[in-house]
Design a protein around this ligand. Structure first.
Ligand code: HEC
Length: 166
């Protein structure tokens, strides 16, 4: 099949394609704005990623795996994910398959403080991982765990009320 070299595509044609893309974006925007399920899924996947990294460090400690040098990267990933939490929850979506409590959006400053606490704990764990110091890593994991449960207690529905039970 013959293809047209890029240089032979007329400016009019490019304009036409661009126009179509813009029209598509304009039409699609209202759907994006109302995409509640998407917001819920996204923030849950972000939390799942944080949970997986934390779980991986937990495995290294629990099973005494000779993978201490990996801790630093897992901790770095958690700290990076921390920076995405605020944007993931910016849209207020309280109904649907979610465990997020409505007070996130009325106590937003506290929510941000809880994010900051997790980020700091992850950075401390990163440092402990860099030193490959088992004692410091274990202590770092404890405070990281406290930062998770601190936020979950205040802003996440208890297990008995979880959407996962329904
Ligand atoms: C700033 C608050 C906050 C912090 C800090 C936080 N979480 Fe969460 N987490 C939430 C909220 C809110 C939900 C419920 C989200 C939903 O269902 O829409 C959640 C849900 C989860 C879930 C379930 C996701 C799903 O698929 O339903 C996991 C796993 C999780 N968090 C792990 C962690 C771990 C591990 C940490 C600490 C390293 C942590 N979280 C720190 C607020 C937080």
């Amino acid at each position: 099949m013959a293809t047209t070299p890029l240089s032979e595509i007329s400016p009019q044609r490019i304009q036409c394609v661009l126009g179509a893309v813009i029209v598509f974006l304009l039409l699609a925007t209202p759907t994006w704005a109302q995409n509640d399920e998407g917001h819920i899924k996204y923030r849950q996947h972000l939390m799942g990623s944080i949970g997986a990294s934390t779980g991986a460090v937990g495995d290294i400690l629990k099973y005494r795996l000779s993978l201490l040098p990996n801790v630093e990267t897992h901790a770095k990933n958690i700290a990076a994910d921390a920076k995405l939490i605020a944007s993931a929850f910016r849209e207020k979506v309280v109904s649907g398959a979610t465990d997020a409590k409505a007070n996130i959006w009325t106590e937003w400053e506290d929510f941000e403080k809880a994010i900051q606490a997790m980020e700091t704990a992850a950075e401390n764990l990163e440092e402990a991982g860099d030193d490959a110091d088992l004692g410091k890593i274990a202590a770092g994991m404890k405070s990281l765990g406290r930062s998770c449960s601190g936020c979950h207690k205040q802003f996440r529905k208890p297990k008995e009320e979880s959407y996962k039970r329904k």
